[in-house]
Design a protein around this ligand. Sequence first.
Ligand SMILES: [Ca+2]
Ligand SMILES: [Ca+2]
Ligand SMILES: [Ca+2]
Length: 687
Amino acid sequence: MAAEALQTPLFNPAATMQVVQFDDRRFCLVDDEALLNPDELVQCAAERRAEFNSVDFSYYPGIYRMAPAMRALFQPLFLLLLTTSLATGMGTSPPRVDGGSVSGGSFLDRPPQDEIIYFLLPDRFENGDASNDRGGLSGGRLATGFDPSDKAFYHGGDLKGLISRLEYIQELGATAIWVGPVFRNKPVQGAAGAASAGYHGYWITDFTRVDPHFGSNQDFRALVEAVHGRGMKLYLDIVVNHTADVIAYRECPTRACPYRSRADYPYQRRGGLHGEPINRGFLGDDAQHQTAENFARLTRADFAYTPYLPRGEEHVKVPDWLNDPIYYHNRGNSTFSGESSTFGDFFGLDDLMTENPRVVRGFIDIYGAWIDEYGIDGFRIDTARHVNPEFWQAFVPAMLARARARGIPNFHIFGEVSTAAADAAPLAVHTRIDKLPAVLDFAFAAALRATVAGSQGTQVLTRLFEQDALYEGGAAGARRLPTFISNHDDGRFAHFVRAARPGIPADEVLRRVLLAHAMLFTLRGVPVVYYGDEQGFAGRGGDQDARQDMSASRVASYNSERLLGTGDTTAPRSFNREHPLYRVIAALAALRRRESALRRGAQLVRADAGAPGLFAVSRLDPDAAHELLIAFNTSTMPVSAQVGVNSTSSRFASLVGSCESAPSAPGSYHVSVPPLDYIVCASETSR
Ligand SMILES: [Ca+2]
Ligand SMILES: [Ca+2]
Ligand SMILES: [Ca+2]
């Protein structure tokens, strides 16, 4: 036990009580004097981290500083556990300390609801290797996809660059990284004049390889190891619904093919009701017919259109079975309604016949291998709503089992079900029918857009959370939903504020964006920070306009943008840890890591309004033994109100903003919240 081991930067000499972590199992609560006496520390061993529900130490390798309010609560609990563990003979082995650093707890033990997720597109993050910018291809930008001055093309970001910036991400407070798809893409798609590149990763041709623009599979392994080495997790963005656009149809050589339905173009006729009989005996794709025997009778893919593989692209997809058109729907472009939602091509992208057991097995093999090979921690599933429920019902349990076998008990899977309304029903159905463990909470994003960017009353939020009952697992299930306010498709929250309130002062835009982040980190759900939001990126819209470069940008429209909270532009690198948004997000992340009620606690709405104004909730974690009252003000006037609290909550401390120290009467607490601001108040009363 070297005394140096305790002199980590996290040690706070001003604190009178510290928690020392010896390894991933043992902790010790000590006062300052004890720090000077290593022998006393050796004798001080404790229970497993998992039992300390009020503070998750796995986030704090080294020495943890306790908030004063927590210390008083924690000390008796700790002493009880310590006494118990010593009495049962546990904790008598000497603590293991490696070199000068105390090893951290295992990230593998953290449940999904404890994460803070940072979502990035590798192409737009950091360029660590200029030699791969063209993906090993030669020629102009229509061949290589590389044009750093065009927002629709590759800009050079790669996995090596991402590895070099992990400290920046971790210091922001993220515990998990959701990386946009890394698989090999078709480099360029689209007709001349409308061409764009696969820099975003959603046009996969080879599901087994990292795209050469991003590096190699070895680089991916290095990334996962580096992320895990920091006690963080890596969530991989995957696609099952479609591949790149390779398959074409003879019937429409120069235009998009409109959708042809199963009723108008049944499987057993070629090209329509009066066509020649084909696929004799094929009983269709309904759930009860999704058997290998039935799909063996589907031998012709020309029931609606005549699909073909353009010359030179016959074997572009990997694994090779993906090159056979029989494994695709081939019914033309989706209209995003009716059956075309799951059977249509997503803007020409080849829509897989995910009802076919061969396709199900194929994707279990493909993505299972990424779990086996690299030990990743979860999947974000693209376009999940456009795949039939039976696929997910088979795929999800297979992936979870694969992960468990690999020693990843908390593997997480969350699907993209894109909706624009603050309505949980269209999302929840995919947790109940498809059995997706979670979906991205688009309804939360819409509700914040309506109330914090727009001018709807905070009752919108109350209605949203009432609908948590719709999710599989109810409110507890809803606490596992990744929540977000910005993304790469719809745009960034700052853009929504500007769009809803043209001409408002820059300071008000910033305050509304800060308020939205405060809601993101303190309301139920798992916060997802979209890269660049912490640097004040705003964008002028969605999609390409919301995919700015963190590395020095050469895109004129990005570089002319007014960023929030800084006079800088995206022309130089944007990894500023002093940016006001970076600092506020880091503080919110620290608050969330410290307060188990924010991660795992039930949420009770305490106050709302039919107009912009007060929204208050309590977060209650039975193990934390205190109530967190959080009050937001979405209006530009101060609010002052009585809100309900637990009648046993008798003393309060301010965690954020100014809180009164006592309730006005049992069960009623007075809050004053400045315009576009929030307060977080912690009761000190045990239950
Ligand atoms: Ca590069
Ligand atoms: Ca196609
Ligand atoms: Ca589909």
